[in-house]
Design a protein around this ligand. Structure first.
Ligand code: NAP
Length: 288
């Protein structure tokens, strides 16, 4: 099968985002003498989480920000984590907080997220941020994966207005905020999940499909309407997405690769939102 679809190159678009961000960071630092700082909090020893945190820290440094790495043991309690996050929320030298998740099972993850001050929630995980995005208010930050997807759509000139968008997945950090962002962009949105009946029939109606399921090659090529735009947010073992790529690409007009599609946009959005948070906290919003 031949791929006729345009590949949506998240790596290239993310480099543009990071270049603009580096410029903003320089202007912030020149004007305030303060270097923007992202605190990353890693609890436990999960190797994949440790890799993600390292990547985020490195990306931070590549645009001239500092990253403050906080590591806590596997047996950390909810109270200990909430205390640590609260301390970072109150630390004027920290402008953004990333709590890497999932956290170990004994921790109340929601309680830990909610300890992040709204102005420092650059990963967009708090109830405040979700509410702000849903109500189209400026006071919160978008969850980074769906916000990165919106940036990627924009970079490729895709206007969701009037489209039927089908989002597969309803997690608090991906499917739900994705649906709200697409709704905010005037798409007509269908949200699917594990109890949805006749999923393929719904996907077949979609002008825009966002797969956020966490199951390798789950969305089959023949579910895709001819000319649809396909965003694969999935990232499964072996660098495999949630969409069966080749057959889907043969029908789609645009499609994201895995890797190199949504993943780089997620990190770039986190870094960019940290620089925006720093500009706001340091009293230089004109540099955003
Ligand atoms: P999650 O919390 O496990 O949510 C998965 C969603 O898929 C749930 O809403 C679930 O429905 C739904 N689902 C499961 N089986 C289904 C089925 N048979 N039919 C329809 N829906 C089904 O996962 P997540 O955190 O949203 O992540 C989803 C994927 O995105 C994963 O591959 C993850 O690795 C990837 N991801 C990538 C990035 C990135 O930067 N590229 C960032 C975050 C996540 P229920 O709600 O009914 O259980």
């Amino acid at each position: 099968m031949t791929t006729t679809a345009t590949l949506m190159d998240g790596k290239a678009v993310s480099q543009d985002v990071l270049a603009k961000c580096a410029d903003r960071v320089k202007r912030i630092t020149d004007k305030t003498n303060v270097t923007p700082c992202l605190a990353t909090v890693l609890v436990g020893n999960d190797p994949a989480s440790a890799t993600y945190v390292r990547m985020k820290g490195k990306r931070c440094e590549s645009v001239g920000m500092t990253s403050l790495r906080v590591e806590m043991p596997d047996d950390t309690t909810t109270e200990q984590l909430v205390d640590k996050v609260t301390q970072l929320s109150n630390d004027a030298a920290v402008h953004g907080i990333l709590l890497q998740h999932p956290v170990p099972g004994q921790i109340d993850e929601r309680a830990a997220f909610e300890a992040i001050a709204p102005g420092k929630d650059v990963d967009g995980v708090t109830i405040h941020s979700f509410g702000a995005i849903t109500f189209d208010l400026d006071s919160g930050y978008g969850s980074c994966t769906p916000a990165g997807i919106m940036r990627l759509l924009d970079a490729y000139g895709v206007k969701p207005e009037g489209m039927h968008a089908v989002v597969i997945g309803r997690s608090p950090i991906l499917g739900k905020p994705m649906a709200m962002m697409l709704l905010g962009a005037n798409a007509t949105v269908t949200i699917c999940h594990s109890r949805t009946r006749d999923l393929s029939a719904l996907v077949e109606q979609a002008d825009l499909v966002v797969a956020a399921v966490g199951r390798a090659n789950f969305v089959l090529g023949d579910w895709i309407k001819q000319g649809a735009i396909v965003i694969d947010a999935g990232y499964n073992a072996g660098n495999v997405g949630d969409v069966d790529f080749e057959p889907a690409a043969a029908r789609a007009s645009m499609i994201t690769p895995v890797p190199g599609g949504v993943g780089p946009m997620t990190i770039a959005t986190l870094i960019d939102q940290t620089s925006i948070a720093a500009a706001k906290q340091l009293g230089v919003p004109e540099l955003i």
